[in-house]
Design a protein around this ligand. Structure first.
Ligand SMILES: *[C@@H]1O[C@H](CO)[C@@H](O)[C@H](O)[C@H]1NC(C)=O
Length: 176
């Protein structure tokens, strides 16, 4: 070993690592508690961590962020379904995918209503809208069932995340 190598190794060993960023914010506790109650903590946390406002959010704010994530997923899924429709020749599958796409578009509208309800403090309405949005997803899920192998895996995964996020949003809204 050359002197230089030894010097480099010593230098690496002795240089203190930069102070860890302060990762735990005050309201992480609220987020963790809410997501834990929602029974799908990982998906719930991923959604909330993606929103800068989450750390400062109260329970209604957390519910609103989850509904926003749902809306984004409904949007993506609606786009994915219409892409799939144009790439599918089988007429029966085409119809199913088309209906799924329409379902996700309708779900998006329900979720916008859920956001408004949360804003005006009508939490029962918000819960109902999230449920109605979930019904569109579950209808699509069951119709798609037998054609699942023709649906790209990441879309199937996206659908699963949508269901988990709905579950989380429902649990959190029903506690408001
Ligand atoms: C689904 O849609 C999103 C948004 O348009 C896109 O980023 C993603 O690649 C699509 N996934 C597939 C499998 O088409």
């Amino acid at each position: 070993m050359t002197f230089f190598t030894i010097f480099t190794i010593l230098h690496l060993l002795l240089t203190p690592s930069p102070p860890l960023l302060k990762l735990v914010r005050a309201d992480d506790q609220l987020i963790q508690m809410e997501c834990h109650n929602a029974e799908v903590p990982t998906t719930c946390m991923l959604c909330l961590k993606s929103d800068r406002g989450a750390a400062a959010a109260d329970k209604v704010g957390i519910a609103t962020i989850l509904v926003n994530c749902l809306k984004n997923h409904a949007n993506t899924l609606a786009a994915n379904m219409s892409d799939l429709v144009s790439g599918t020749k089988d007429q029966v599958v085409k119809i199913v995918l088309h209906e799924c796409g329409q379902g996700y578009s309708s779900a998006k509208k329900k979720l916008s209503s859920a956001t408004s309800s949360l804003k005006s403090g009508k939490y029962d309405d918000a819960e109902r809208f999230v449920n109605e949005a979930l019904k569109y997803e579950l209808t699509c899920h069951s119709k798609i069932g037998s054609y699942k192998e023709r649906i790209p895996e990441d879309i199937v995964h996206e659908m699963k995340i949508y269901e988990e996020l709905s579950e989380a949003a429902k649990r959190i809204v029903e506690r408001l």
